[in-house]
Design a protein around this ligand. Structure first.
Ligand SMILES: Cc1ncc(COP(=O)(O)O)c(C=O)c1O
Length: 409
């Protein structure tokens, strides 16, 4: 399956053709010092995205290093239990390093190489993006520094060790809630100071233009494979695709080729944490307001007076207080549906998937699995539903067993 980037038709979706915007969302709200680096990245992406050598290198590594195409699997026992649509899993959990994050880091390291950058920085929440970045930095022999909230270094110790084994320096960030938002702030600070030799590999479809589009295009390999595999296996496109939404990269990757197509429901699942009413959640589309975070206009969790509020989710990859600009646009244009699922319901789905299908999913993914039951029942027998299994749950075993233990007491 070719990794070749998409044409322009879905790149930026807005009526007045403002580059870098999806409707009113997106843009480039950054200090002047970064403008040049973003222009350089944009030029490099335009130059290489359809360059035969670039495409060949990305394709080869996707196949030989990452293990693409990832399998498309019939989840027979979940289908039976739910008694609705046939349920399929897109197995991004089987991609090298255990999550979809590798698709993006691989493409970006190839760009960094072509821009002559010797140093790579990244932020990480659950650690999967940090691990994917450390992996490609090792593969290309580059210095790598990963910023990670101190709270997350505790929750995701296994991933800290993995990054360090691959030669990355992990910097624990103590400010704010010591989670993902604070790690991004530190990474941006580092980038401003070292922009000449450093490329910042952003881990999701957020940040200033051109990141949301580059990350989306690199993750769209998931959706292209879903389309190809479902045509082969189901004789047509699926009736629905369900994916979890932290900042939104695995979801946009799975949705991208299907946006605007009649008959394919696209369903994004945010973290409702302890319940939307509790205020402790990560559901930026359900409860956020228009604002700017990390360089882009999007839906952001904020107080009455516009202060960014802390997000909460049992899953470290979903507790980000904003969501990518393209999701904000898809939601407002009713091109995709967005819902949210609590910590408790996600934990239930985590156990259910492990027991029924022999797959321990990431806690992020468990949010998508939980809501998929409702969609499967709504669609009914004879229809098909694909859940994007964004990652595997090794990293979450400790968190889940603590939470399940507490729930039993
Ligand atoms: C397995 C997994 N799924 C989903 C996410 C959420 O990110 P995104 O919404 O960008 O896919 C993460 C983030 O760390 C993750 O590790």
């Amino acid at each position: 399956m070719q990794q070749k980037a998409e044409g322009n038709e879905h790149n930026e979706r807005n009526a007045d053709n403002r580059p870098g915007y999806f409707g009113e969302f997106g843009g480039r709200y950054v200090p002047e010092t970064l403008t040049h680096a973003l222009e350089e990245l944009e030029e490099s992406y335009e130059r290489y995205r359809n360059d035969p050598e670039f495409v060949e290198e990305l394709d080869r590594l996707a196949r030989d290093f990452v293990g693409r195409p990832t399998p498309f699997m019939f989840a027979e026992r979940l289908t039976e239990k739910w008694g609705g649509a046939d349920v399929y899993f897109k197995r991004e959990d089987l991609a090298h390093t255990g999550a979809h994050k590798i698709n993006n880091t691989l493409g970006q390291i190839l760009l960094a190489e072509r821009m002559g950058k010797s140093r790579i920085i990244a932020e990480t929440g659950a650690g999967q993006h940090g691990v994917a970045t450390a992996t490609v930095a090792a593969l290309y022999g580059k210095e790598c520094v990963v910023y990670m909230g101190e709270e997350d270094t505790r929750r995701q110790r296994l991933n800290v060790t993995r990054m360090e084994l691959m030669g990355a320096t992990v910097v624990p960030v103590k400010s704010g809630s010591a989670t993902l938002k604070d790690a991004v702030n530190e990474a941006i600070r580092d980038w401003v100071a070292n922009v000449e030799d450093t490329h910042y590999i952003i881990g999701s479809v957020v940040g200033p233009s051109p990141y949301p589009r580059i990350v989306r295009d690199l993750q769209a390999v998931i959706g292209r494979e879903i389309e190809h595999q479902s045509r082969e296996r189901l004789g047509g496109v699926p009736d629905a695709i369900v994916a979890c939404v932290g900042a939104g990269s695995n979801a946009i990757g799975a949705f991208h080729p299907f946006v605007g197509r009649e008959g394919v429901r696209l369903v994004g699942v945010e973290a409702a944490g302890r319940g939307i009413e509790s205020g402790e959640h990560g559901a930026s589309l359900a409860a956020g307001k228009l604002g700017v975070l990390h360089g882009a206009m999007c839906y952001v969790l904020q107080s009455e007076d516009g202060q960014i509020t802390e997000a909460h989710s049992i899953s470290a990859g979903l507790d980000y207080p904003a969501v990518g600009p393209e999701h904000s646009f898809l939601r407002d244009g009713e091109l995709a549906e967005y819902v949210s699922v609590t910590d408790e319901a996600a934990l239930e789905a985590f156990t259910l998937c492990s027991r029924k299908e022999g797959i321990i999913p990431a806690l992020e993914t468990a949010h998508a699995i939980s809501h998929a039951e409702k969609v499967a029942r709504e669609l009914g027998p004879g229809k098909s539903l694909v859940i994007n299994l964004s990652g595997r749950g090794d990293k979450d075993v400790e968190t889940a067993s603590e939470a399940l233990g507490a729930a039993r007491e």
